[in-house]
Design a protein around this ligand. Sequence first.
Ligand code: ADP
Ligand code: SF4
Length: 696
Amino acid sequence: MTKHDAGIKPTGRNPRYDILFEPVQIGPVRTKNRFYQVPHCNGMGHAYPSSMAAMRGMKAEGGWGVVCTEQVEIHHTSELTPVIEGRLWDDRDIPVMAKMCDQIHEHGALAGIEPCYDGLATPNRYSREIPMGPSARPVSYLEPVQGRAMDKADIRNVRRWYVDAAKRAQKAGFDIVYVYAGHDLNILSHFLSRRWNNRGDEYGGSLENRVRLLREVLSDTKDAVGDTCGIALRFGVDELMGAEGLSHQGEGRDVVEMLAEYPDLWDVNVSDWDNDSMTSRFAQSGFQDSYVSFVKKVTSKPVLGVGRYTSPDAMVSLLRTGALDLIGAARPSIADPFLPNKVEEGRIEDIRECIGCNICVSADFHMVPLRCTQNPTMGEEWRKGWHPEKIAKAHADESVLVVGGGPSGLEAARALGQRGYAVTLAEAGTVLGGRVAREGALPGLGEWRRVIDYRQYQISQMANVHTYLESALSAPDLLEFGADHIVIASGAKWTSDGVGRENYAPIPMEDGAHVMTPDDIMDGKSAKGPVVIFDDDHYYMGGVIAELLRDQGLDVTIVTPAADVSHWTHNTLEQGRIQSKLMKMGVKIVPLHNVAAVKVDLVTLECGYTEAEHHIACATFIPVTMRQPVDTLYNEAELLLAGKDDAPTLTRIGDCFGPGTIAAAVYAGHRYARALGEEITDDVPFRRELPHLATE
Ligand code: ADP
Ligand code: SF4
């Protein structure tokens, strides 16, 4: 139990945060505070509408003054299938949106919607309509689909579809209607851009012409629904590509000056999505400030910006210095839907701060409900009934021994403690955190330690959770302890034999070859150059080890069977930055190759297509291919417990059950804590949203 569950009153809001709770007028509507959840994708949208609505409602319950949709398709001629976004193609889509609005309004927040015509940003896989844009171009997806140039009738149609969508949004109950011209993901951005737009008519050429469609859609939307809805313009003021794109010192600024008083609210950021949602590996909180700070000087309308703000003090400073009027957040609101309420209640230290890993983004790419490393309840609000702050009381007056203080053990101990169990957390090491403590020391991953910080603090406030460091437990220790339940979260270790996706058998290695694992490197053991890293894992580990060793001055080569390094990080919007950084540091990259053999002073590489072999010098070989669960303790305990009467339950969770992401480990710990005392059946363990069969 936390001090709050125990009935100790939180101290209440610190007056220095009062400014965060002031209302802001946005056209005809007024927010209750300055916490604003900007539009963000969530992998639920029109396919899992109840899940989507409940997730948005949860943010409103947590105190966000405005809660917005993801981008919402406005017409079947521009749709993103199989990516799941919102949809307002016709009146039949209104009830889904109305459901979301109702759940937001229930908690006194405003609901915002981001209608979008994607234009050349989508191939229209479902509708099979030919995409269109300012000029005839291939669509931005690498697909054999080319968009056509819009004629005047098309432009009139698109304007009308924006108006139709705005009216439907108004009917659904939205308070704020966006005009979206950001991220290079929609027709309004494309018309603005010299890269996409080479028209010779009044919609192309000069900036005055290229901004015309945006200005028209803004005016149309205002005329259509501006009587009851605030009209927000979401605009990427800088594309971080210098003169080739919009920039805050060039055409980006010019657009803001031209349209300064048109919208009721400026929602400004940097474009495209890779730039807007940079991970903590590449950008700190507040990284957009210098790009957007000019906007307030150009307009009298309220301005909102983003930058992964999690600290209320940083938020206050942005307001006090006149940089922003509203604090925009996508990821901080995902990691902690109750951030505003925690500030309101004087519980700053209870904020679950976003770590900037972009696992949330990967869920959208994979078209599955949103998930989050820090917040295991994200996306589970409706289908599992999980609340980020509330949890059922313990099913009985029982004790639980948690073995291992990594992310899964820590989250299990925290959530079990919150339920009221008597919890003992035993950790072999000298610190809590397991892999997060180790990985958090690698280049660029320091913010990941917030996974530990949040949980360690919460546990420290619970009288019913006791933590013991330097307590490596054996199987007999477990039994002797006498807990009612034992949960083993002993983690996993990187292997050294090269077995993984590409190699089903160990890579032949000559006696005397110097082979190290990522764990050896994290333990501080030294590598000798030249180093060859074989990355068959494809997430961050191979890349960060390369960065670390190159920083130490070693000659480093990464070999990977994929076409590029850290391939999976395309899903976290990081791949381009990782590869560019490594190449600029002088790390050599050999894509599309396997490692066929390791000798004392060289490795043999094999081309993935021709099987042609060549050798490169190697004094230290580091396979990053897979991890082996540390499950001896579990296996031994299972044997000892077999057949015993009154034996405690024994469960393994996290990486010692199935090595995966930190997000998966946290989720596993949380799920264990929720499920304790519940009967396990064969039933689907979550509610489903089934399609309705057509009646004809
Ligand atoms: P996960 O990601 O599943 O939480 P980690 O590898 O991050 O796994 O953490 C596992 C933790 O378990 C490590 O901190 C490790 O020191 C600890 N551990 C492993 N075996 C034992 C044991 N026998 N007794 C106590 N702690 C253990
Ligand atoms: Fe932040 Fe990572 Fe959660 Fe996304 S998944 S909200 S980046 S902690």
